[in-house]
Write a protein that binds this ligand. Structure first.
Ligand SMILES: O=c1ccn([C@H]2C[C@H](O)[C@@H](COP(=O)(O)OP(=O)(O)OP(=O)(O)O)O2)c(=O)[nH]1
Ligand SMILES: [Mg+2]
Length: 148
């Protein structure tokens, strides 16, 4: 039975991408790795592909958090602070639910993210609905797909 977890997206199926892993027994975060080597110019913001999509139960979300070591060790920050990966992003017809980490180079030098390097961590969590919630429809894409 599938409850929640990770799969590779088709485009990276044979790219040798490891599925996200926790590094210790009590770790909350599943570490995602970069699916490609990417170079960021000083101040530049880029979407780093992870090659991964995540499935989950209704009422669950996957939060993407920065690694605490990124700013000082890599000179990178997750520039949208926290990535909210919705359950209906998985398998969407636009990009299959491919999860990206939106990183900014905060240094004055080029920063390279190597393929296979751990870049962000994902934490599954439950969420609550407001009274009289009236959401309908399903997601097609991400990063502004629902309009301005
Ligand atoms: O760091 C992130 C944040 C989001 N997403 C994907 C999954 C999420 O379900 C979708 C939409 O994210 P969000 O709702 O935060 O962005 P938006 O700017 O509101 O875009 P949309 O109009 O598509 O909802 O984009 C990522 O891959 N990485
Ligand atoms: Mg949105």
């Amino acid at each position: 039975m599938k409850t929640r977890g990770f799969e590779r997206v088709t485009a990276y199926e044979n790219a040798g991408i490891d599925l996200p892993l926790r590094s210790t027994v009590h770790a909350a975060g599943y570490d995602f790795i970069a699916a490609e080597t990417i170079s960021l110019n000083p101040g530049e913001i880029k979407l780093i592909p992870t090659g991964i999509k995540a499935y989950m139960q209704p009422g669950e979300v996957l939060y993407l958090y920065d690694r605490s070591s990124n700013p000082r060790k890599k000179g990178l920050v997750l520039i949208n602070s926290v990535g909210v990966i919705d359950g209906d992003y998985y398998g969407n017809p636009d990009n299959e639910g491919h999860i990206f980490a939106q990183m900014k180079n905060i240094t004055d030098q080029i920063v390279e993210v190597a393929k296979g390097e751990r870049i962000v961590q994902g934490v599954f969590a439950p969420f609550l609905l407001a009274d009289a919630d009236s959401a309908e429809g399903t997601r097609i894409g991400g990063f502004g797909s629902t309009g301005a």
